[in-house]
Design a protein around this ligand. Structure first.
Ligand code: ASP
Ligand code: MG
Length: 425
């Protein structure tokens, strides 16, 4: 059996951090597949390059690209010596060429395509360095370009994985290395479409890659190494008194990420659940701590209230113009419009002649939606709202978190309460 480890950007943000990961790898007995993100905030830096390149500001984009490459070379120089240094440098330079060519070809009319050709370089650079470092420290690792495995359609920036093809390639390409005693290091987040172009799987998509490779290769477990002690019941940046969860089911986690918790990439759970592979979330700063285990069943089904706050929401009230009822026909029509504009509805409720929907406030989408809805309905908007979701709520927690807030909409089931609220009442 083998295991999959995923190291996110924060765990390799500095050369010191990368060095701190060695004991974690050393202590692992089973063969390993390591899935790695881009260094620190590299993906954000690459997104900035995309913006300039697609606006036609190629000089600026190339200048930023040169800085980014220099940073990677400096990072490598701190960790590496001799052949390992030149090996890493050689790869960095070849990806630098790929990056510069992508900037040259980028255009605003093919924004999503251009984005993927540029942004995919982050993971290729980080793994080139990490691989050379692991070899230098005496670990038998094989570097693999994951684009030769993860095959997708060409929905750029949110590519859909062609499972069967990818699974076949994973087995053909990766298994022989594992059988010959080599561990594997590869990139998260990226792949290749059948047209040959690079693709990305959506921001924070490395978790998803780790889960896919684990399922395709029959791993015994996946561990996501983070800078927190495990999964918490709420985002510590937004709430005080968070508690760590010891064990939790896939079902709970998928619900939490559906409601907007940015804990684990939402697509990560399905492949693991389908193959019954446990997922551990552990802290790379304190690897001796137990972290959180996520699996199909857990012993104690007693959870603390799980809290998710989604900011920047807008509530649209859609009313028929002629006082006709909102019936199945209208709902079908309304949902058709949301579907057409690729807008996810976070909360809905309907009444006799109106329908309210809460969505993320992305102004261009909201604008298009309102235009479209106004053809047939009257639309009112209510901005600056926050959507609070609490699973396993208690009356006390609900009261505490909604105190002095103005409640726009509230929905309760036995386990879950959702409250859309704004400012102070
Ligand atoms: N580097 C990518 C991102 O920051 C993917 C990942 O970190 O999972 O979105
Ligand atoms: Mg990242």
């Amino acid at each position: 059996m083998m295991q999959v480890y995923k190291f996110g950007g924060a765990s390799i943000a500095t050369p010191e951090r990368m060095r701190q990961l060695l004991p974690i790898i050393q202590q692992t007995k089973e063969p390993l597949v390591i899935v790695v993100s881009a260094l620190g905030k590299t993906t954000n830096a690459l997104e900035d390059i995309v913006s300039h390149a697609c606006l036609g500001e190629k000089e600026e984009a190339l200048k930023l690209a040169t800085d980014l490459i220099d940073n990677h070379i400096n990072f490598a120089s701190v960790l590496l010596v001799d052949v390992y240094k030149s090996q890493a440098k050689e790869k960095i330079i070849s990806f630098s060429d790929e990056l510069k060519a992508a900037i040259g070809k980028a255009s605003g009319s093919k924004y999503d395509f251009s984005y993927d050709q540029i942004v995919c370089i982050g993971e290729l650079l980080s793994t080139a360095i990490f691989n050379a470092f692991l070899l230098q420290e005496g670990f038998p690792f094989q570097w693999v370009d994951v684009r030769s495995i993860i095959s997708t359609d060409d929905t750029f920036r949110d590519a859909r994985v062609l499972w069967k093809v990818s699974e076949k390639k994973a087995k053909e390409i990766l298994q022989p290395f594992l059988l010959s005693g080599k561990n594997i290091i590869t990139q998260g987040f990226i792949g290749r479409s059948d047209s040959g172009a690079s693709v990305t799987l959506g921001r924070e998509g490395s978790d998803y890659t780790a889960a896919m490779l684990a399922a395709m290769l029959g791993a015994s477990a996946v561990t996501i190494w983070k800078d927190v002690e495990g999964l918490l019941n709420a985002d510590p940046k937004l709430f005080s008194n968070t508690v760590k969860i010891e064990a939790i089911t896939y079902h709970e986690v998928i619900e939490m990420s559906y409601y907007g918790a940015q804990v684990i990439h939402p697509k990560t759970i399905k492949p693991l659940q389908n193959s019954k592979i446990p997922l551990y979330v552990k802290c790379f700063l304190k690897p001796e701590l137990k972290g959180t285990i996520i699996q199909n069943e857990v012993d104690s089904m007693f959870y603390p209230p799980l809290i998710v706050l989604k900011k920047n929401q807008i509530l649209l009230q859609v009313t028929t113009r002629d006082f006709s009822f909102v019936t199945e026909d209208n709902l079908r029509h309304l949902y058709g419009i949301f579907h057409e504009l690729k807008i996810k509805v976070n909360l809905i409720q309907n009444a006799a002649i109106s329908f309210v929907a809460c969505i993320d406030h992305a102004e261009d989408k909201v604008h298009a939606l309102i235009n479209r809805l106004s053809e047939d309905y009257r639309v009112f908007r209510n901005e600056n709202a926050e959507l609070l979701t609490i699973r396993h709520y208690t009356p006390e927690v609900l009261q505490d978190l909604t105190r002095r807030r103005f409640i726009l909409l509230e929905q309760k089931t036995r386990h879950t309460v959702q409250v859309l609220m704004s400012g102070q009442s």
